[in-house]
Design a protein around this ligand. Structure first.
Ligand SMILES: C[S@@+](CC[C@H](N)C(=O)[O-])C[C@H]1O[C@@H](n2cnc3c(N)ncnc32)[C@H](O)[C@@H]1O
Length: 217
């Protein structure tokens, strides 16, 4: 999978990805609107080119309060995110080129008031989604918001992710309509950080949706 080329679908406003982006950006905007005055931390797991977060930050009144860490493995995407942050003069944005599965990548930046896991849960196994959600109880600050996506393709794990979030103390703020052809959710963390079996172990293996589908047969 060429994850740089994958982003070109954002350029077509009729694409599913572009329509998903509208929903994701709206959730980001709402989360920032709701943050109390003062510094705001944001994290993006597998950030890609950062089109969701950076697109909102560029115009949001809280932009000067936000320090964000975007973690992305593909250097072309990380460079594009850095360029977008520089073009919008977002001085608080740090783009880390590296493996977002490693909890160590978030040291010093978590817990955050806003955490994005967009384009992740469709590319990892169900077991890894559950493990990543355990980690999200550490990555998301108390009262902070997790914005996440999971395509409504079979096996449709969107309802399962909602249940797993509720079990971990996340309150639902918004989910996309059942008949939308994408899945987006926003959840506020109201629980306590869970004990982790191995806090330093990778949260997930990024398999890729194409390979996951082939595995499922
Ligand atoms: C489906 S895209 C989502 C990008 C972005 N979050 C969005 O929604 O626009 C998945 C991204 O994860 C990146 N990626 C894959 N494995 C990764 C890993 N282990 N750590 C960090 N990023 C990874 C890919 O390069 C790709 O940019």
């Amino acid at each position: 999978m060429d994850w740089h080329a994958w982003h070109t679908a954002y350029d077509d406003p009729r694409s599913r990805l572009a329509r998903r982006l509208v929903a994701v950006r709206e959730r980001i905007r709402e989360a920032l609107d709701d943050c109390p005055p003062g510094p705001v931390r944001a994290l993006s797991i597998c950030a890609g080119q950062g089109v969701d977060l950076l697109g909102v930050l560029a115009e949001h009144p809280r932009r000067g309060d936000v320090t964000a860490r975007l973690v992305e493995l593909d250097p072309r995407n990380a460079d594009a995110a850095r360029a977008a942050a520089a073009a919008a003069d977002l001085k608080g944005v740090e783009v880390v080129t590296g493996d977002a599965a490693l909890p160590a990548r978030y040291v010093g930046a978590a817990p955050a008031e806003l955490v994005l896991a967009c384009g992740v849960f469709g590319n990892i196994t169900a077991e890894d989604i559950a493990r990543t959600l355990d980690h999200c109880t550490h990555l998301v600050a108390s009262g902070g918001t997790l914005v996440w996506t999971r395509g409504r393709v079979e096996p449709d794990l969107f309802p399962t992710v909602r249940r797993w979030l509720a079990e971990r103390g996340f309150e639902e703020l918004w989910v996309s309509a059942p008949d939308a052809d994408f899945g987006v959710g926003a959840h506020r963390f109201a629980g306590r950080p869970l004990p982790l079996a191995d806090p330093a172990a990778p949260m997930f293996t990024f398999v890729g949706y194409d390979r996951l589908r082939r595995r499922a047969g």
